[in-house]
Design a protein around this ligand. Structure first.
Ligand code: PLP
Length: 383
């Protein structure tokens, strides 16, 4: 599965659809197009396909099938978990806690809750992006209802949080625990019981599934009112005709990723090692952000001080190499991402930060080519 670009290193943004997932989806976009809620035999086939997919997905994360509810994306799952929890709680009493490096799908929900009068707290992170248990203990002091939402793996620097330890504290104070696992599902071993969580958000296009499909894991003891009003799909919890083909493709993609998880993680770690060796030798002043051990394999946040990341991105793009930046420039100023600000990167480091995210299909030669090219570019510009 080779991407048409020379080197696609923007997998944290989105991944290529797995060919087996595509094959599994096609019949449901052709003859098997029936509405799974209808009563005829074609509909039953579609219904069975959705339920088979639910079983597969549940197994991949250690959940029960009825605890998986299909949504349209990670953003919807995050909105539902956070706003749904708020709907059933008293704004005068409940406390909502998150951390400074969450995706905007979570942070903007917290802003919405604040406007509705809820008490919220945004926990800081250390320079590796880790949320401290002590900070949670101070923020949660005196609370006895609400929600803790902390992401499993960060989308810019890859840092993985100690969710079981944070969840333990939150549960002691009677808070629900949600984790945005959009970057982690299909890339890290996940067991919802080991994580000690009540809700988890995932998005298919981040693990070689199709765009437009996500799911929320909701422990069966958690009562969550629907976010979307309408029909009785998804056991009355999420209205709207199911995206049958997309759901089928999601299950195939996740099953494949989970089956090959150890191999994929080892491969991504070896690509990361190549990048780190070549870059560190060629650019001693370079810095890799995120926690050195607790991070997503294959996601590198690389700061090249003195470089302009956006300019670098365009040079790489012209060579057919796709990456992301951690800062965007307009004519007057450089806008640093909230994540890089939260880990207190200096402006020269943050302005020169690229996010390089490999996939299981990236080759060692891709990693060497990209690293060597970056070293040459840096030496040419900085000397
Ligand atoms: N949460 C995280 C951590 C993400 O990285 C993303 C997407 O980049 C989202 C949520 C939103 O997911 P979606 O694009 O499926 O809405």
């Amino acid at each position: 599965m080779k991407h048409p670009l020379h080197i696609y290193a923007d997998n944290a943004s989105t991944t290529q659809l797995d060919p087996d997932a595509l094959e599994a989806m096609l019949p449901f976009m052709r003859d098997g197009f029936a509405n799974p809620s209808a009563l005829h035999s074609g509909a039953k086939k579609a219904r069975h396909a959705v339920e088979d997919a639910r079983n597969v997905i549940a197994k991949c994360i250690g959940a029960k099938p009825h605890e998986i509810i299909f949504t349209s994306c990670g953003t919807e799952s995050d909105n539902w978990a956070i706003k749904g929890a708020a709907r059933s709680l008293d704004p005068k009493q409940a406390k909502f806690i998150t951390c400074a490096i969450e995706h905007h799908a979570v942070l903007n929900c917290f802003e919405a809750l604040e406007r509705k009068g809820f008490s919220t707290a945004i926990l800081p992170v250390d320079s590796d992006g880790i949320v401290s248990v002590k900070d949670l203990e101070s923020a949660i002091h005196g609370a006895d209802s609400g929600l803790l939402s902390v992401m499993l793996a960060n989308n810019e620097i890859g840092t993985i949080q100690d969710i079981p330890a944070l969840a333990e504290i939150a549960h002691r104070h009677n808070l629900l625990v949600h984790t945005d696992a959009v970057q982690a599902v299909g890339h890290l071993p996940i067991d919802v019981n080991q994580l000690n969580i009540d809700m988890l958000s995932a998005s298919a296009h981040k693990f070689n599934g199709p765009k437009g499909v996500g799911f929320l894991y909701k422990r069966d003891t958690v009562k969550l009112p629907p976010l979307i009003d309408g029909g009785h799909q998804e056991s009355g919890l999420r209205a709207g005709t199911e995206n049958v083909a997309g759901i089928v493709g999601t299950a195939v993609a996740l099953r494949k990723n989970v089956e090959h998880l150890d191999r994929n993680m080892a491969h991504l770690s070896s690509l990361e090692k190549i990048m780190k060796t070549v870059i560190s030798e060629g650019i001693p002043e370079a810095r890799f952000n995120g926690h050195p051990d607790r991070h997503l394999p294959g996601l590198l946040s690389l700061s090249l001080p003195g470089m302009n990341a956006e300019g670098l991105l365009h040079i790489l793009d012209l060579k057919g190499i796709a990456v992301s930046t951690g800062a965007a420039c307009n004519s007057k100023e450089t806008i640093l991402s909230h994540v890089l600000r939260a880990i207190h990167l200096t402006i020269p480091h943050a302005s020169g930060t690229l996010r390089i995210s490999f996939s299981k299909d990236t080759t060692e030669s891709d990693a060497t080519t990209l690293a060597s090219f970056l070293v040459r570019l840096y030496r040419k510009h900085i000397g």
